[in-house]
Design a protein around this ligand. Structure first.
Ligand code: ADP
Length: 454
């Protein structure tokens, strides 16, 4: 095996007395500068070298010092290597610098054994941007270093002082920079805190606004509730007060027309008849208003009981037959499937279905009006289907508003209060009232109720 060519040393010197320590230090710096180490690294290497030199002088009476420009086997980069071959064998073959910080001044510091030779070696990488050293330049360096006269200890002390001053200077400027950075950091911190405080304040402000808004909303809805309650109370009172005089008018007009009273002329009899039928209409309206007002005021409490749908349907079949006066319209009340019970209030439920059937009969010229009960799981679906004119989709919700009547249907009479009342009652019974209808294809009103009640 051939050993790699050993590079020729740049400089060799001996270390035997105290004075040599200064020389080694001084020459070390010169060599470091010559191969292109940066100023800081020159000082680092020189310092490490003088420390190691002092240690070796004291423990093994000195060393032979060799400076070599070598090549790192791993990176291929140039390194400045200093080998200190001790004058006597190292104790235990080992070397430990007095100061632990020394090793950090260079890239590598340690004992290297090559065959029978043992040296203390230190090395430092030459920066990549340093001027490459040609063999000619190396030769020239060697000559220069060999011929340059070494300075005195005093010179080296002065140089060392200058280095110390520049190092202190650098430390100070670094400290100044750090202070500037610190104060900038504090400034930024203050900015962040101010922003945070501002945001928190804005958030609190917004929160207060939202809270105030909610309070206002609560107040408004309480006012609305109160207004709606007083409207219902007013309606209930007025219609109640109207009922007695209207009933009296009907009674009196009946008396006037009675055969036991003085006979009326034909014209008088016609007019009394008009008074009576107008009063009857008025009574109907007053009664419906009273019902609706009662349902809306929340004073209507269902009397919950098991309602037998078969019984209820039978009753409706009987009472509504009298209303189905058109021969072209058939009223069909289907028999509900057993077991036909629902937890509800019979009177209110009958009112709803009667109302829907009555509407069906009113608005159907020919065909059929059909009441059917279907059980779907926990729900009863009670539907009234007719083959009447139907209702345009855009009016499906409007017809549930008070007093609304589809234009053109008023001639058949009514108040526009039946459906809103029916929906109120169904809601009270825990169900829903929905409409499916297409103009020209009839309508289906469906009451959906929970089997077990609300
Ligand atoms: P009323 O029947 O006293 O007019 P409702 O509230 O019961 O009042 O009905 C409101 C309006 O809805 C009716 O005037 C009518 O225009 C329409 N309507 C209700 N039921 C039907 C139906 N089965 N077919 C067609 N239109 C209907």
């Amino acid at each position: 095996m051939t050993r790699p060519a050993v590079p020729a040393p740049l400089l060799q010197m001996v270390l035997r007395v105290e004075q040599d320590i200064f020389l080694v230090r001084q020459r070390g710096r010169e060599v470091a500068a010559a191969v292109g180490l940066e100023h800081q690294d020159q000082v680092r290497l020189a310092t490490a070298l003088s420390e190691v030199a002092r240690d070796l002088l004291h423990t093994v009476d000195g060393a032979d010092v060799t400076f070599v420009l070598d090549r790192d086997v791993l990176t291929g980069r140039s390194v400045l290597r200093v080998d200190l071959a001790p004058a006597r064998p190292l104790p235990d073959g080992r070397y430990q610098p007095q100061s632990g910080a020394v090793a950090r001044l260079v890239d590598m510091l340690g004992v290297v054994t090559d065959g029978s030779d043992t040296v203390v070696r230190m090395s430092r990488r030459v920066p990549a941007q340093a001027e490459p050293l040609t063999p000619e330049r190396l030769a020239q360096l060697r000559t220069e270093l060999a011929s340059s006269a070494p300075g005195t200890a005093l010179d080296e002390l002065a140089a060392q002082n200058a280095q110390l001053i520049s190092a202190l200077d650098e430390v100070r400027s670094q400290r100044d920079e750090l202070e500037v950075l610190n104060s900038e950091l504090q400034e930024t911190n203050r900015g962040v805190m101010a922003l945070y405080n501002q945001l928190t304040e804005e958030l609190e402000e917004t929160n207060r606004g939202v809270v105030a808004l909610y309070a206002e909303l609560d107040e408004k809805s309480a006012q609305l509730r109160a207004a709606s309650e007083s409207k219902s109370r007013f309606l209930a009172n007025v219609s109640h007060e109207l009922r007695a005089p209207v009933t009296a008018i009907i009674g009196l007009s009946r008396l006037l027309a009675d055969s036991a009273s003085d006979p009326l002329t034909a014209e008088q009899a016609r007019q009394v008849g008009l008074i009576r039928s107008s009063a009857a209409d008025l009574l109907g309206l007053v009664n419906e208003l009273l019902d609706l007002a009662k349902a809306e005021s929340g004073r209507l409490e269902p009397n919950w009981a098991e309602v037998d749908l078969r019984g209820l349907f039978g009753q409706l079949r009987g009472t509504l037959r009298a209303l189905a006066t058109r021969p072209a319209v058939e009223l069909v009340v289907e028999e509900p499937p057993a077991p036909a019970t629902v937890r509800s209030e019979e009177v209110l439920l009958a009112q709803v279905l009667r109302n829907l059937l009555h509407n069906g009969l009113k608005f159907t010229e020919r065909g059929q009006v059909r009441l059917r009960a279907e059980r779907r799981g926990d729900l009863w679906s009670l539907s009234v289907t007719d083959t009447g004119a139907g209702i345009p989709p855009e009016l499906h919700e409007r017809i549930f508003e008070e007093f609304y009547q589809v234009p053109g249907t008023t001639r058949v009479g009514g108040t526009g209060l039946g459906l809103p009342y029916a929906r109120r009652l169904v809601t009270l019974l825990g169900g829903t009232l929905e409409l499916a209808s297409e103009p020209g294809r009839g309508s289906t009103f469906t009451v959906v109720l929970p089997v077990g009640g609300a």
